[in-house]
Design a protein around this ligand. Structure first.
Ligand code: T5A
Length: 230
């Protein structure tokens, strides 16, 4: 089956008046910065908002997060893929699906499936088909209503990482080629899931990026016709 056909197996959850969003991008793209602004905005218009991060978000998932990001020895890409998918399945069932049952809830994920496509699928070389097939069982077939991909060039990621001056985790120790492959991987994911993923220029001021997020976000939450019916 072609990747386009596989991509059709993925669907957004249907809970009345509740939404699932994700933010994507390479390290330093500005995801955390924009998530805070989007959370504040959504709360100001009356939504209950929960922000969750991947890997992590549950006690099991946080253990997996430490296992991966603090690893000092190489992890096989297939092992990486299954660790991220395990953390994801747990977070979806333990938190996300339960919380979305409450109307007017927005769940925001800091990274989701598209990270696995870019990091393990493209940069680690497993290919998109392997990633998509691993996610074909429920609840891993769930995807957000909208994904905001903050696109920045590889060299800007490395510059922002240096400015932060924090110790490097497992992936941040990789070089510029790895980051270029990630950008290419995200671009391919955005093409494959072109209705869900909104690509934004992350190399602009924080306020301008937020302004670019607001138009598609408002179209989703304010347009009654786009609200799930059951
Ligand atoms: N991973 C994860 C996989 O390999 N596969 C998977 O399936 C999943 C889910 C997670 C790691 O795991 C990997 C990917 C990652 O390597 P993490 O600690 O969660 O690691 O790391 P990140 O999500 O990458 O978090 P970062 O903090 O590095 O990036 P952010 O959140 O995108 O960036 P942010 O907002 O913290 O901003 C970074 C800096 O830039 C500035 C900020 O002030 C900050 O200093 N900044 C801007 N500067 C100028 N202009 C703007 N517009 C700016 N926006 C932010």
């Amino acid at each position: 089956m072609e990747n386009k056909e596989l991509a059709k197996q993925f669907r957004a959850p249907a809970f009345p008046g509740s939404y699932f969003l994700s933010f994507e991008g390479i390290e330093g793209a500005g995801k955390s910065t924009q998530i805070v602004k989007v959370r504040d905005y959504l709360e100001s218009v009356g939504f209950r908002v929960l922000v969750l991060r991947e890997p992590g978000g549950t006690s099991f998932g946080e253990k997996l997060r430490q296992a991966i990001l603090n690893s000092t020895s190489p992890i096989h890409p297939i092992a990486e893929l299954h660790l991220f998918a395990s953390s994801r399945a747990q977070l979806l069932t333990e938190v996300t699906l339960k919380e979305l049952e409450t109307p007017n809830t927005v769940i925001i994920y800091d990274r989701y499936l598209d990270s696995t496509l870019a990091y393990q699928g493209k940069a680690r070389g497993l290919g998109f088909e392997t990633i998509l097939r691993t996610h074909l069982s429920f609840p891993l077939t769930l995807v957000p209503h909208l994904t905001f991909y903050l696109r920045i060039p590889a060299d800007l990621s490395l510059t922002r990482q240096k400015m932060r001056n924090a110790p490097k985790d497992y992936f941040e120790k990789q070089g510029q080629n790895f980051y270029q492959n990630l950008v290419d991987g995200y671009d391919e994911a955005a093409e494959l899931f072109n209705e869900r993923i909104i690509t934004l220029n992350g190399n602009q001021s924080v306020d301008k990026v937020f302004e670019d997020i607001l138009a598609p976000l408002n179209a989703l939450i304010l347009d009654q016709n786009k609200r799930p019916e059951n």
